[in-house]
Design a protein around this ligand. Structure first.
Ligand code: 2AM
Ligand code: CA
Length: 264
């Protein structure tokens, strides 16, 4: 049996330690490389932070599996058992260019079900976390259930680059949505954008293509405050591969889905 209270205390200690070390790194120059394309960045701090979590998890919980953005974790054949989904720095481009608007994101799943989720806004020292069945919190304060807002009063987040022609989704539907709602924003960190949905700072978040470590923690947070997280077709997310992601309170989620995303 897993002692979730103990795991929770342990993760929070590690996150605070990693966050302090990332803030300290602002004083030093970064080593930046590119991954799949010239705009897909990774730094020595992404790699060192992932390694920090992985070595701690392996020591404390040798039976658990790890899925990490920087590839230092395990190759998983299934989601059986306990799986840690880690993004050491979500929003690496913001980290490099702005030293803010990035987060450490950790989701802990048991047999494919999200148990604990953490999103730490390192620059603002804001820790969002949720435990399945026990609510979601920001710096110890419980987050209320999501309030429904009408479409016309909704503030949504969608990456600006998806509003121009792209190979994943009909951009015209997204432009229509973005110009119907009250406002559209692009923050550049999927984890933070999901934390903002969970805390009511945003009413919905849409992305065309994310990996499990980008949304693992955010999904738990949003669901704990009564929200819905699916792909852009309204289907359940696949926790083992890339997905489009769409989050919001149930009525707003349904309206956006039916009136914009699924519209022929
Ligand atoms: P990252 O910063 O950890 O790469 C940017 O809109 C958001 O999408 C970030 O959360 C970013 O995570 C994520 N993302 C996932 N896959 C991406 C990719 N191939 N290129 C750019 N951003 C990606
Ligand atoms: Ca990421």
């Amino acid at each position: 049996m897993v002692n979730w209270t103990e795991v929770d205390q342990q993760v929070k200690t590690w996150i605070m330690e990693a966050g302090a070390s990332i803030r300290e790194s602002f004083k030093h120059s970064l080593s930046i490389h590119t991954k799949s394309n010239p705009n897909d960045l990774v730094t020595n701090i992404d790699e060192e932070t992932e390694q920090f979590f992985i070595s701690n998890i392996r020591k404390a919980y040798p039976g658990h599996s790890i899925l990490g953005e920087e590839g230092q974790g395990d190759q998983l054949a299934s989601l059986q058992g306990i799986v840690w989904m880690i993004d050491p720095i979500d929003g690496t481009m913001n980290f490099v260019h702005q030293q803010r608007h990035f987060a450490i994101s950790i989701g802990i799943y048991e047999d494919g079900i999200g148990r604990l989720g953490y999103i730490y806004d390192v620059a603002h020292n804001e820790l969002y976390y949720a435990e399945r069945g026990n609510g979601a919190y920001m710096n110890g304060v419980r987050l209320p259930s999501l309030k429904e807002v009408p479409l016309e009063k909704a503030l949504i987040a969608v990456n600006a680059t998806w509003l121009v022609k792209n190979r994943y989704f009909d951009e015209k539907k997204l432009v229509e949505l973005a110009t119907t709602v009250r406002g559209a924003r692009s923050y550049g960190s999927a984890a933070l954008e999901l934390a903002y949905v969970a805390s009511g700072r945003l009413d919905s978040y849409l992305s065309m293509r994310l990996s499990p470590w980008d949304f693992a923690a955010g999904k738990i947070l949003v669901e704990e405050v009564g929200g819905i997280v699916t792909n852009l077709s309204g289907d359940k997310l696949n926790m083992m591969g890339t997905n489009s992601v769409f989050a919001g309170a149930p009525i707003l989620h349904g309206r956006i889905l039916n009136e914009f995303l699924l519209k022929k």
